[in-house]
Every structure is written in structure tokens, then in C-alpha cells.
Design a protein around this ligand. Sequence first.
Ligand code: ZN
Length: 200
Amino acid sequence: MTDELPNGSGFVRFLYNKFSDLLAEAMNPTDAQSYLGKIHSTHHQGNCKDACYECLKVFRNMNYHSLLDWRLGLSMMRILNDSTYKCGADGIFNQHVELNGWLEFATSLRKGFAESFGMRTVDVVQGLPIIKWHARDKNVILIVHPFWDMKNMREANWIAEIKNELGEYTRSRGGKLSIVDTFNLHRRPGWCYEKLVRNG
Ligand SMILES: [Zn+2]
């Protein structure tokens, strides 16, 4: 990280010196009326699915608007701040502001996706929304958080159990288990469909 100006504006030094304080303030804002306080507010939580002009969007970052997501930003900072943070992979979504409502969000994305592409069998496994499709519902689409490492399951937690259970299901039927994350499902469902269905 570096200051953009040759003479340095001091932001990087400030960040370096105050990093733990800034992280703590981002996680638990002390002033409800501050920029961070407003991001955490129930009003903002209810009205902002990814990014808006009250949180991350400004005119100058217009090229990135469709990629911005305040919840993922907070999750990323919490990963830096807390080595025990599981980001919902333990099935717990009500302890952190950025995970509140994630299951409902995933469920509504699943609904839109299944309806758009004519997949009729939707199901829930241990609370997680999934889709079953193709002959005898042999294939399963698992909808996950973008920060979960689905390739290297390092502990026997909630999402690992679900993946194992569905892996057994698809193997027993000669089907396949596909994984799609909510970052992509929210932003480019057509791309997800191509990837999951056409290309395997
Ligand atoms: Zn917002």
C-alpha cells in the first residue's frame, strides 16, 4: 500500500499506526451517527443489499459499483481482526451485522435463479437453500458464501457436513454437486447458469 501523491498525504502512515483502532471502530462503531455507525444501522441493513450512496458508492468509483459490497468489506476486515471468525461456515449468522439475513438473501437468490431457469425442485439442508435438478433430481446446486473455502474443508463444521451429505446424495444417484456463491448469483445469474449447467 502506498500514498498516491509523491509527497504523501499521510493516509498510509495513519492506517499503519492506527490499524487495530480503525478495525475495532469498523466492527463496533462508537457513534451511531458516524459514517460507520450509519452503515451498521438497521435502516441501512434493510435497504442496502450490496452497496449504495450511503456506504460505498461515490461518483469516482462508478466503474466498480456492481462489485462493491459493504457486508463483504466488513467480513474481510473481521477476518483480519479475529482469527476465530468463521463467516457463517459454522451455521451461525446472527452474531455479526454483515451476516444477518445471509440465509434469507441466499434463499431469495435461489428462488429467482430456479424460476428463471425452470428448476422446480428447491430444498433446504440444515437451513441452507439448495436446488436439485435433472433426471430424478440427481444433481444438486449448493449456494454458499463467497468466503467459504469449499475446496479445502479444514474442519468438520456446518458447511462441511452439508457438503458431505449432498456429496453422498449425488454420488448415489450418479449426479454431480455444483457450488455457486451468492456474490456471483446476485450479480450474474446467467453466467452461473452457463457455468453450472452447460459446462458442468
Ligand atoms: Zn449501502
